[in-house]
Write a protein that binds this ligand. Structure first.
Ligand code: AMP
Length: 207
């Protein structure tokens, strides 16, 4: 952060970053694909869900605050989520860019992200959304729940609530970036390799 600020003050050109929001409902494959894409494009993968699970695992105050929302498939309040995301991003401002997985999930989070980016003189390259229909999502998540150990993957009612929360609170985020000409949709059905190839093309176009 300090080096980056000094570079900015003394006029060294800010490095162009590739900052992509990997978007889509729970179970659409964002996490799986982000870990492949981060290697291919040399980016930092930030999953807010993973950050929360890390905090819960370490029994921190933040983890304790987040847990009950996550267990019920509800969103963790913005006041907790946005600060956590910002701290993580600030550790990697000298990277080639970010894949944001699971953030922003509300319009308020999108506006906060705009502000975070503006203050750091960086910008969003685009939002890439994975499209998968609801029954397929539920099947995938129930299957994942057999091994993930995630409470929110184990119960169909909670899974359906997560999908509802996505439709009600998160899907408007797509339009928020679409109005700026930054959103695109990718077919999220098929083999991991096929989907990776489609996403890689989309990332290349944004590079
Ligand atoms: P995920 O791993 O992305 O499926 O997220 C798991 C859970 O973490 C979600 O159901 C929410 O409870 C919480 N969560 C993750 N990201 C966010 C976010 N950006 N805003 C609010 N809650 C979040």
């Amino acid at each position: 952060m300090v080096k980056w600020l000094l570079d900015l003050i003394f006029g060294k050109k800010t490095k162009k970053m590739l900052n992509i929001i990997l978007f889509g409902p729970p179970g659409s494959g964002k996490g799986t694909q982000a870990s492949l894409l981060k290697d291919k494009f040399n980016l930092i993968h930030i999953s807010t869900g993973d950050l929360f699970r890390y905090e819960i695992g370490n029994k921190t105050t933040l983890g304790r605050e987040a847990k009950s929302f996550m267990d019920n498939g509800e969103l963790v309040p913005d006041r907790i989520t946005i600060g956590m995301l910002q701290n993580k991003m600030d550790k990697h401002l000298d990277s080639n860019g970010f894949i944001l997985d699971g953030f922003p999930r509300t319009i308020n989070q999108s506006e906060a992200l705009d502000k975070i980016f503006q203050e750091r003189s960086i910008s969003i390259s685009g939002l890439v959304s994975l499209k998968v229909e609801e029954n397929e999502l539920v099947n995938r998540l129930l299957e994942r729940g057999k091994t993930s150990g995630r409470t929110d993957d184990a119960d169909e009612e909670i899974i359906r609530n997560r999908i509802k929360v996505y439709h009600d609170q998160t899907s408007p985020v797509y339009n928020y970036y679409d109005k700026l000409g930054l959103s695109c949709t990718i077919d999220g059905l098929g083999s991991i390799d096929d989907i990776f190839a489609r996403l890689s093309d989309a990332f290349e176009r944004l590079s």
